[in-house]
Each structure stands twice: as structure tokens, then as C-alpha cells.
Design a protein around this ligand. Structure first.
Ligand code: ZN
Length: 260
């Protein structure tokens, strides 16, 4: 239903997803996870047209200078991506910036950059690969455990309201802002040690598909290209990689974390 609120072009602007649907069903009413389409009133994210020559207000979802890392994190296996914010969940110190977490991200990136072209070719889809720049905010995303505190991923009534009007997502790629909002837990804690979080990896790989589809012009080649088609392609990509497990719910994630 949301998609009808916008023109087709605007509907294509924000690719979101990977849901932790525990609260109200984001859409569809089936109770099953569904794509959390991010409706955007304007392409600049809450930025109204200039009035009286004044510049538009900044997109509210972007991190403030005080929220940004002192130095962005650049990863050699993730050309074009830079982590500009990484805020841990208050109860889990292992969700803070770490070398272990960066390695998980870099490994997933390496896989995606190496294999996404072959995936598109396997589907006889055309694309035009080129360099891009995407900033990444890694923020608390579990709407149960982290709550809807200001500027958490599911702060649907607050600063995330433009990018993320409907709870609940683990990741959102905002194409107009060239910005990825992503869960903060590449590392989980299990049996007394830090381990890669396979659910984070799934989320991240899924979001990378949205990024590639946008930046490598897949959408233009296949115009008109719907958000549901983009979502389907991202999930086909996950299947192509042999990932069998589904996205976990917020309650599953929270139950698992608090029992460690
Ligand atoms: Zn998606």
C-alpha cells in the first residue's frame, strides 16, 4: 500500500529491508516478514524546497557531527563503503567498533564484490559496474532490546521517521542519501567468546544487493523496476550464495543475546 503514496520514481528511491517483525506487521497484514519499504516525502529526506532562499534542513536521519566516528572506517575489501558511525547497544559491549567486527564486514564485502556480477550474469541481467561512495551508520536495531530510543534503527517517530516510517528493519539502504543504515552486531557472543554473527552477514549481503542494483544501473536497464523486484533480486542473491537460514525476528535475536 505504501508504494502507492509515491510516484514510481520516488518509490524506487529507498530500498530497505531485512525485517525483525515482532511489532505491528509492517505491511500486508500476513504476520510474515515483509519488505519495509521506506517512504520518502522528498528525495532529500525531509528536506523541503528552499523557502525564501534559505537552504533546506539537513536530512534528519544522518548522523550529527558529534555522532560520527572521529575517523571513518575504510575497509580494503569494501571499495566505496565507509563506516562513519558505529554506536553499540548499551547492554552488549561486543556490538561496539572492533577489529573482529571489521573483519566480518570485510569478508562479506569481498564475497559480494567478487560474486554479484556473476550472479547478475546468471540471471542474464545487464549492469554497468562503476565506482561508488556509500556511507554507513551502524546503529542499534533490535526494537525490543534496543528499544526505539532516539536514532536507533526503528526510531520510527523520531529522526528515522523519513527513512524508516515502519518498524522493523535490520538494514536500510537510502539511495538518495547514498547511505546505508545497518545493525551494529557483526559480532555475537557465544559460549564465552566473540563469534561472527551470521544474521548480520545475511543482512549486510542483502543490503549490498540493493546498493549494487542502484549503483551499477540495474534499475535503469530494467526500468520500470519495482521495489518488490529489487527485493526479490536481493533475496535471490542470498539464495545464490547458498544461505538457507531466514532473517531472525527481534524476539529471537533478543532472547538469544540475553541468554548468552
Ligand atoms: Zn531489501
Amino acid at each position: 500500500m505504501l508504494i502507492r503514496r509515491f510516484t514510481l520514481t520516488k518509490a524506487l528511491l529507498v530500498a530497505t529491508i531485512v525485517l525483525a517483525v515482532d511489532g505491528p506487521a509492517a505491511a500486508g497484514g500476513s504476520g510474515e516478514p515483509v519488505p519495509g519499504y521506506g517512504g520518502r516525502a522528498t528525495a532529500a529526506g525531509a528536506a523541503a524546497p528552499p523557502i525564501g532562499g534559505l537552504p533546506p534542513p539537513p536530512p534528519v536521519a544522518l548522523p550529527l557531527p558529534s555522532e560520527r566516528l572521529a575517523q571513518p572506517i575504510l575497509l580494503s575489501d569494501c571499495p566505496g563503503l565507509r563506516i562513519v558511525e558505529w554506536r553499540p547497544s548499551k547492554d552488549f559491549s561486543y556490538t561496539a567498533p572492533s577489529d573482529e567486527g571489521q573483519k566480518v564486514i570485510a569478508k562479506a564485502c569481498k564475497t559480494a564484490f567478487a560474486r554479484y556480477p556473476e550472479f547478475l550474469r546468471s540471471k542474464n541481467m545487464q549492469f554497468r559496474k562503476e565506482a561508488f561512495s556509500v556511507s554507513v551508520s551502524m546503529i542499534p536495531a533490535n526494537n525490543i532490546g534496543d528499544g526505539k530510543d532516539p536514532r536507533n534503527m526503528n526510531d520510527v517517530d523520531g529522526r528515522m521517521r523519513v527513512t524508516q516510517p515502519n518498524c522493523c528493519s535490520w538494514g536500510i539502504f537510502d539511495a538518495p542519501l547514498s547511505f546505508l543504515f545497518l545493525r551494529n552486531d557483526p559480532i555475537n557472543f557465544s559460549a564465552g567468546k566473540n563469534v561472527p554473527n551470521k544474521y548480520f552477514v545475511r543482512t549486510f549481503l542483502h543490503e549490498l544487493a540493493h546498493i549494487f542494483n542502484s549503483k551499477w544501473h540495474v534499475k535503469e536497464v530494467y526500468f520500470p523496476y519495482t521495489m518488490s523486484a529489487d527485493e526479490e533480486l536481493a533475496e535471490d542473491w542470498i539464495e545464490y550464495l547458498g544461505i538457507k537460514y531466514k532473517t531472525e525476528s527481534s524476539s529471537e535475536d533478543w532472547t538469544w543475546k540475553k541468554n548468552q
